[in-house]
Design a protein around this ligand. Structure first.
Ligand code: HEM
Length: 150
């Protein structure tokens, strides 16, 4: 389950379900880097871009590497300010743990019963940007029931 957790985190690093998120500024403020923001301005942070930044993830930032989430055999905790897939700070997603349980249980129960072969592996599906990041045309796969010897 540790590796599956890491693989899901890595997938969401490269393909965050909420790829951009916008906030409205309540009062005049100054960001830690000195940028001035005024009351009622909008500030958008780009989770999709942050997941692909060399300064955060290193030179292999474009590679899908679940191992980057594993340290001494256990899943590493990452700062939500470096990995804002579930947002960060006091208004962070309240369903994060439940979402991981759901994603892991669905993946495990599907993989237990079926073999999934992704078609057109050489091509990455086009993105469809809405409030959430989706795949244009979905992900065509071939499904075969897994044969388990009794
Ligand atoms: C992979 C799945 C999920 C992702 C990527 C995700 C991501 C996010 C993000 C980015 C926010 C911040 C939105 C914003 O303030 O602009 C958020 C907020 C929230 N999420 Fe999730 N979420 C997921 C699943 C869930 C689930 C399963 C639940 C409930 C069972 C949930 C409940 C909430 C709630 C209640 C908030 C609002 C928190 C607040 O404003 O104080 N989320 N989520």
């Amino acid at each position: 389950m540790g590796y599956l957790h890491a693989a899901i985190s890595e997938a969401m690093r490269l393909y965050p379900p909420v790829p951009v998120d916008t906030k409205a500024c309540k009062d005049d403020d100054v960001l830690p880097d000195g940028t001035i923001v005024k009351k009622d301005w909008f500030v958008t942070y780009h989770t999709y871009a942050m997941g692909r930044m060399e300064s955060i993830w290193g030179s292999d930032c474009r590679e899908f590497k679940p191992e980057r989430w594993i340290e001494n055999g256990t899943v590493k905790q990452e700062s939500p300010f470096r990995y804002p897939v579930f947002h960060a700070g006091p208004r962070m997603c309240l369903g994060k743990e439940l979402a991981y349980i759901q994603m892991k249980s669905i993946a495990a129960s599907v993989m237990e019963r079926f073999e999934i072969d992704v078609l057109n592996k050489d091509k990455c599906p086009e993105h469809l940007l809405s409030l959430t990041l989706r795949m244009k045309g979905g992900l065509p796969v071939k499904v075969k029931e897994r044969y388990v010897e009794a």
